[in-house]
Design a protein around this ligand. Structure first.
Ligand SMILES: C[S@@+](CC[C@H](N)C(=O)[O-])C[C@H]1O[C@@H](n2cnc3c(N)ncnc32)[C@H](O)[C@@H]1O
Ligand SMILES: [Zn+2]
Length: 277
C-alpha cells in the first residue's frame, strides 16, 4: 500500500520502521504516523499551522458540521452497496486534524465490515495532532502532488476543502473507484463575512474540471448555524482561508459580536475512474 517516496518501491513495516528494498527507511512515530514527505521546505512548515489546526479541532468538535459526515457516509454506503464492497479502503487527502477521517470511520463501521481508512496531509503538525487522538486511522505526512501509495490501492478518495490533484487521485484509485470532493457553497458563512467586510463576496464554485475522471453526481446541502459565544466565532474564523487575508482592523470587528446566525452550505461532487485508464 505505502510506497517509498524516493524510489516508489513498496514499503514494508518492520517494527517501527518502514523500509523499501533499496534500504530507504522511514520511522513510524510513537503516535503511529509516518512522514513520507519529500522536498521538505527549509522552514519545515507546510500546510496549516498550529493555530489553524487547534481552532479547527475546537470548532469541529462542536459537531456543527456533522451534516458533512452524514452525507459522506450516505454516499459511500450507496457506492459500496452498488459495487458489492464490504470492506472499503478509503483515503482522506488533506485530512487536517482528522475529524472527518475519524467520524467517517466510526459511522461507516456501524454498517460495513472492516473499513480501512488512510489519511494524509502535508502539515506535519496536523498529522501529529490527528494521530495522537485517532488510533483507528493510518496517518501519514505527504503532499497530494506525490502521494506515497501504490497504484490501484483505494476504492474511495476524499478531498474535503483541500487541494486536488487529478493525476495522483486517478493513479491510486482502483478502476471504478470514486473521488468525493466537498467545497463551500456560494453562501456558506456569508453572515460571518458580512460582519467583517464592507462588501462581502459569495464563494466561487469549484473550478476542478477533471480530464480523465468522470463526474457522476453533484449535490449541495445547506443548513442554518447558530453560534452563541465569541470563542466559537473566533475559532470558526481562524480555520477559514479568510483569516490570513484579513486586516487586523477588520478582524477586530469580530470581537464585538457574541452571537452569529449564518447559512452553511457544502457542495459534494463525485467523480469515478473509468475502467480503461
Ligand atoms: C481547509 S483545510 C481542510 C482540512 C480537513 N480536510 C478538514 O476539512 O477539516 C486544508 C488542508 O489541506 C492541507 N494541504 C494544503 N496543501 C496540501 C498539499 N499540497 N498536500 C496535502 N495537503 C495539503 C492543509 O495542511 C490543510 O490541513
Ligand atoms: Zn526507496
Amino acid at each position: 500500500m505505502y510506497i517509498c517516496p524516493k524510489c516508489s518501491e513498496n514499503l514494508i513495516k518492520i517494527n517501527n520502521t518502514m523500509k523499501c528494498r533499496n534500504n530507504h527507511s522511514y520511522d513510524v512515530s510513537a503516535d503511529g504516523y509516518v512522514n513520507l514527505l519529500m522536498n521538505n521546505k527549509k522552514s519545515g512548515v507546510h500546510g496549516d499551522n498550529k493555530k489553524m489546526i487547534s481552532a479547527r479541532r475546537k470548532f469541529l468538535a462542536l459537531d456543527h458540521y456533522s451534516i458533512i459526515v452524514d452525507k459522506l457516509c450516505e454516499l459511500i454506503e450507496v457506492f459500496c452497496k452498488q459495487n458489492f464492497i464490504n470492506s472499503p479502503v478509503i483515503l482522506d487527502t488533506g485530512c487536517g486534524e482528522g475529524y472527518y477521517s475519524n467520524n467517517i470511520f466510526s459511522k461507516l463501521s456501524l454498517h460495513l465490515n472492516n473499513v480501512v481508512i488512510f489519511a494524509t496531509d502535508v502539515s506535519k503538525d496536523a498529522v501529529k495532532f490527528a494521530a495522537k487522538s485517532y488510533k483507528n486511522i493510518n496517518f501519514s505526512v505527504s503532499s497530494i502532488n506525490k502521494l506515497p501509495f501504490s497504484a490501484d490501492s483505494f476504492n474511495i478518495v476524499l478531498s474535503l476543502f483541500a487541494p486536488l490533484s487529478e493525476s495522483e487521485f486517478n493513479r491510486i484509485l482502483k478502476c471504478g473507484g470514486i473521488l468525493i470532493t466537498v467545497s463551500p457553497s456560494e453562501n456558506h458563512l456569508f453572515a460571518l463575512k458580512s460582519v467583517i467586510y464592507d462588501t462581502p463576496y459569495k464563494n466561487n464554485s469549484s473550478n476542478f474540471k477533471p480530464k480523465i475522471m468522470e463526474k457522476c453526481y453533484e449535490e449541495t446541502i445547506t443548513s442554518d448555524m447558530h453560534l452563541n459565544n465569541n470563542q466559537e466565532i473566533s475559532d470558526l474564523f481562524a480555520m477559514t482561508p479568510y483569516y490570513y487575508n484579513t486586516s487586523d482592523s477588520d478582524k477586530e470587528k469580530l470581537k464585538t459580536i457574541s452571537e452569529l446566525d449564518t447559512e452553511i452550505g457544502f457542495v459534494f461532487n463525485v467523480f469515478y475512474k473509468p475502467n480503461n485508464t
